[in-house]
Unconditional design. Structure first.
Length: 144
């Protein structure tokens, strides 16, 4: 069983002995889980706009998902765009983990379906709020 570690304090994701820099979820939009299993991977997923216009609607490339405790498929990680580079090493992603553009495809390829992902550190609430600003927390309907 593959083990993946996401450390929200050091802003790193470690898989198969390799570490990658990440952007972590903002405290207002936590992942809400401490251990998840990778249930799907998509080259692209599209997120609908939220009601209040916060967050970047549209596609997320190299998306890795999990099924949360409410049985919703959600983003775990995705590749940030070049415009998102200031988010690497910071806590401002709206509900998932963002991987630097140069690392998106390598991380996507390295993380296998069924991988056990442990999430440590950060200000991750176990029962995250339902917040429409948390666009990266919305259920993923599949790659499209």
């Amino acid at each position: 069983m593959q083990q993946v570690l996401i450390d929200l304090d050091t802003h790193t994701l470690t898989v198969d002995g390799r570490s990658f820099r990440i952007g972590a979820p903002s405290p207002q939009c936590p992942i809400g889980e401490r251990a998840v299993t990778v249930t799907a991977k998509y080259p692209v997923v599209n997120l609908a706009p939220n009601e209040i216009g916060v967050g970047r609607a549209g596609s997320r490339n190299w998306a890795v998902t999990f099924t949360d405790h409410n049985h919703q498929q959600r983003l775990l990680l995705f590749e940030l765009t070049a415009a998102d580079l200031p988010g690497v090493g910071a806590d401002h992603i709206f509900g998932a983990v963002g991987v630097a553009p140069a690392s998106g495809k390598p991380v996507y390829d390295a993380v296998r379906l069924g991988a056990q992902v442990h999430i440590k550190g950060g200000q991750q609430s176990e029962e995250p709020p339902s917040n429409s600003a948390c666009i990266d927390r919305q259920p993923v309907k599949g790659g499209h």
